[in-house]
Write a protein that binds this ligand. Structure first.
Ligand code: SME
Length: 144
């Protein structure tokens, strides 16, 4: 797991040093993570006012807008911390964009100490994410 993440991290580092457009980088980070780990849905939501708006992603069609404090994404934004959800059915207020998602991780993205978006990843397996994922995904989005 660490080895895979290390490679992804190095690739993102190289990508981000050559391209400064955040949308372009989000698109390639979503593709790289999705392809490497084979998750169900991998993508970004960007803060626009009081709402998270769908950004670059890989996977099935998803909800386009999530309010501050709503769902796992809006909660990660509000709490300003990574949230690991081993079983989405046990997370009150979870927003089911896909009925097949069983577990989820959401990592906030900071710019000048303000949350500007989140990275959201869903798996069809229960308990797919842990603190290793949180550690690496936080490092990866910090490159944006
Ligand atoms: N499950 C998320 C909504 C986004 S989709 O998973 C892509 C949530 O509860 O915020």
């Amino acid at each position: 797991m660490d080895e895979k993440y290390k490679l992804v991290y190095q690739k993102v580092e190289a990508m981000a040093s050559m391209e400064h457009d955040p949308i372009a980088n989000m698109a390639n980070i979503a593709a790289l993570l999705h392809e490497t780990f084979g998750w169900w849905w991998t993508g970004f939501y960007r803060v626009q006012g009081e709402t998270l708006v769908l950004g670059p992603f890989q996977g099935p069609v998803a909800c386009t807008r999530i309010q501050f404090g709503r769902g796992v994404c809006g909660t990660a934004w509000k709490m300003r911390e990574t949230i690991v959800v081993p079983d989405v059915e046990q997370f009150p207020g979870h927003i089911a964009c896909s009925a097949l998602s069983r577990s989820e991780i959401v990592v906030p993205i900071f710019k000048d100490d303000v949350v500007v978006g989140v990275l959201d990843i869903d798996s069809k397996e229960l308990s797919a994410f842990d603190q290793t994922d949180a550690f690496w995904l936080e490092k990866i989005v910090a490159l944006l």
